[in-house]
Write a protein that binds this ligand. Sequence first.
Ligand code: ATP
Ligand code: MN
Length: 465
Amino acid sequence: MPKYVAIREIVEDKVPVGALELAGWIRTHRQSKRVSFIELSDGTSVSNLQLVVDPQLPGYADVAPKLATGTSIKVSGELVVSPAKGQKYEFQVKALELLGEADPESYPLQKKGHTLEFLRENLHLRPRTATMGAVLRVRSAAAFAVHRYFTERGFYYLNTPIIGTSDCEGAGEMFRVSTFDPENPPRVNGKIDFSQDFFKEPASLTVSGQLEGEICAMGLSKIYTFGPTFRAENSNTTRHLAEFWMIEPEMAFYELADNIDLAQDFVQDVMRQVLKSSASELEFLASQEWVEPGHLENLHKVSESTFSCMDYTDAIKVLESSGKTFEYPVSWGIDLQSEHERFLTDEYVKGPVTVVNYPKDIKAFYMRLNEDGKTVRAMDVLVPRLGEIIGGSQREERYDVLLEKIRAMGLDEQSYWWYLELRKFGTVPHAGFGLGFERLLMYMTGMQNIRDVMPFPRFPGFAKF
Ligand code: ATP
Ligand code: MN
């Protein structure tokens, strides 16, 4: 393995001063007669390392004109404590090798700032920017924090299928999976004959791993999934992707109250872990012009204080008596729209809020019916600026009630035979939720568009790179 030292290790004081080797990309190169300075980035830290080069260094004069922004180099030399203000260390170069030039005439990422829109069209270069570098490191740290949270609490990490043959939940429009020639699929009586397709029936990409997660929880007690999900909903918003990552814990013997507690504890623990492990990244991102002042302090506060929790019915009352005119009128029975959610989080609670016990008609068939016969044990965790980041529920574990629900909603009970059998044999109360990983990342990084927290976002009209 190469023995290059990561700049992050240096910045975090994990490397003793002395001889070492570095490799990275040039951010800036300033030449003068007596000394030259190169700001080097290797994508491991928000900080660059300052390289100090004696212009007399053998070979330097030849390559110096090529050491432009974006050029990759490797260097060996000496890490020393910097005499200059504003940096702890600097690096005295003893040998420098140019790896790859970046012609200033054509390299798109010059020193000046780039708009996030511009970077979205240059996803192949985007990870080299300070902003995206920070976001992607936070993303990695958050994924680790998720696995750590659940693993330390006795949850098993399981993978549910990405391809399926039934839209079990009806959670959204699905992407089809087929090996048919789209120009000429086999037909019987004019209809496409899926019995000749790869899976012998219509198949699609998963919108959620929940139902399979329930199967596993009915055997292992506590499980979680963390995988990609796909929704072909044509929603060109700043909060929706066609491909996003979802974390879905599912727990046997948990009821709604336990589920609410877990969701809060989980979000807060991940926040605290990331606030610690990615402190410099979050600080850097919070200082960007598009982030509201006080963002970081607020995250710290949220990670420590109890989330509000309110009944859907009370939320409706709050909205009705708010004196606000909403675009979408409020009355008991409506699905909360983004404007309603934002009123509750941004203006009423001024923080995250868990809304529970929604009307049964606006929620999925598998949610447990309450004694009132009108509401189900659903819970959504809403956060300021974004609205929903978590959707979950206690599941209906009573066979008869579930069957009745499936029929009433006009779903095909045949295709749910196995889901029903879970209730026929050794059924137990259970609950779970789904957290949109990118929504959590938006919340923490302060990024305003979900496309900027996913390395390769997919959305209507775009699946490039
Ligand atoms: P929304 O109302 O925001 O569209 P939803 O109710 O359709 O979300 P669920 O089916 O409850 O979402 O999915 C669980 C979680 O997955 C949501 O709370 C959200 O964090 C995330 N999520 C849902 N759809 C998307 C999407 N298209 N892109 C990114 N994240 C999503
Ligand atoms: Mn939802």
